[in-house]
Design a binder for this molecule. Structure first.
Ligand code: DSN
Length: 421
């Protein structure tokens, strides 16, 4: 049999405009230092599964119980993804169909809450301290239809204050307590969250999107033994295709499956699910473990080196793949820092810091993540080099000569660690 996955020549012939943009994106990825904490590089094997003919198949339902015929092969790949997710994370049940993190989170609301019922509260982190759009933002269905109460990090330590979480839980008696964030660099004490949830009879939901790859690699605590339900995207530290999964305890399996399909989604993206199976196999390898270790080592190294460059590191460091840096000591804000670093080929994002006096459009901080550079193999010496480039540029944001030199140093680094060679 001739294998058939993505055919680059066919795309160039059929639609040169789209082909040119895709080639442009590849070139951008090859020449830009990727420090966006939520981004990574999917492997060629993952990309091959994504570009396969499984995109053609309708398969509403679940393996062995579909609403369409001809599902034998997509049943194989979806069951592999389910089995591997359960094995890798030690979970009772896995649903691998959510199209994205927002849909996975929506399924949790669908499984456990009634919309617009103020008696059913969710206790989650306030957005400005590292929560997520889908954790109760007023412009998202989570905040429009569901009743959130927010906890914050401690003002001094900039870390979770579990006594405060406990007080709020006892005061508001939430139906769900939510942990897991987009800009919190430290370890989360899932055991403490479990204990508080049990004290008030709440479910514990962990959105592990950012760090689930670190859990797979054994370098970050697993929420699975503690949480009722764990949602996560598959394209961040886990390094798979764009998409998401849900793990849960057996007692919630039926509610979660029904909430994903037919409540929130229709036909599953079986090409993505095949790619999820591939990424889970990759995540079981020794090489993945080494990548996960390097990711955290890199984050610690760049945090320490950026502190030496004069930036203030929120909470004083990191235990994960990301850090938040306050750029005000250099006389800048996060927006300007993001823009000037983009000019020299470094991609990261502006971010609010806890208790930020500045608005989200011009926040005081930047967020830096190391999964992508760790995938390329960069280690502590390269992180010190990157920090020195960042420091030089941010200290002289209007100096064209400094920026030219920085651009050349970034180019050199990217040549030494090629993307999709
Ligand atoms: N937007 C993602 C992030 O950058 O953290 C989360 O969905």
């Amino acid at each position: 049999m001739k294998g058939y996955v993505a055919d680059w020549e066919a795309l160039q012939r059929t639609d040169p405009e789209v082909a040119e943009a895709i080639a442009g994106e590849l070139e951008r990825e090859r020449t830009t230092l990727r420090l966006i904490a939520s981004e990574n590089y999917a492997s060629p094997a993952v990309l091959a599964a994504l570009g396969s003919t499984m995109t053609n198949k309708y398969a509403e339902g679940y393996p062995g119980r579909r609403y369409y015929g001809g599902c034998g092969f997509v049943d194989v790949t979806e069951q592999l993804a389910i089995d591997r997710a359960k094995q890798l994370f030690g979970a009772d049940h896995a649903n691998v169909q959510p199209h994205a993190g927002a849909q996975a989170n929506l399924a949790v609301f669908g499984a456990f809450l009634q919309p617009r019922d103020p008696s059913e509260k969710v206790l989650g982190m306030v957005l400005a301290h590292g929560g997520h759009l889908t954790h109760g933002s007023p412009v998202n269905v989570s905040g429009m239809w569901f009743h959130f109460v927010g906890y914050e990090v401690d003002r001094e330590t900039e870390r979770l204050d579990m006594d405060r979480v406990r007080d709020l839980a006892h005061e508001h008696r939430p139906k769900i307590i939510l942990a897991g964030y987009t800009a919190y660099p430290r370890e989360i004490d899932f055991g403490a969250f479990r204990q508080i949830a049990d004290e008030v009879g709440a479910l514990l939901w962990v959105d592990a999107s950012h760090f689930m790859g670190l859990v797979a690699g054994g370098v970050y605590p697993s929420p699975v033994p503690y949480a009722d339900v764990v949602t996560f995207t598959t394209h961040k530290t886990l390094r798979g295709p764009r998409g998401a999964m849900i793990l849960c305890r057996e007692e919630h399996a039926q509610a979660i499956d029904k909430a994903v399909f037919p409540m929130m989604q229709g036909g599953p993206l079986e090409h993505c699910i095949a790619a999820k199976a591939v990424c889970l196999k990759e995540a079981m390898s020794e090489g993945f473990r080494a990548y996960a270790e390097r990711t955290v080592r890199d984050a610690r190294a760049i945090a320490a080196a950026l502190a030496d460059e004069g930036l203030r590191i929120v909470s004083g460091g990191t235990d994960s793949h990301l850090l938040l840096a306050d750029v005000r000591p250099l006389g800048l804000d996060g927006k300007r820092s993001e823009a000037v670093l983009d000019e020299v080929g470094i991609a990261l994002n502006k971010n609010q810091i806890p208790y930020d006096p500045n608005p989200p459009s011009t926040p005081s901080g930047i967020r830096i993540g190391t999964p992508a550079v760790a995938t390329l193999g960069m280690d502590e010496p390269e992180m010190r080099e990157v920090a020195s480039i960042v420091g030089e540029v941010l200290r002289s944001p209007d100096d064209a000569g400094v920026k030219d030199k920085a651009r050349a140093r970034v180019r050199d680094l990217m040549q030494r660690y090629p993307v999709y060679p």
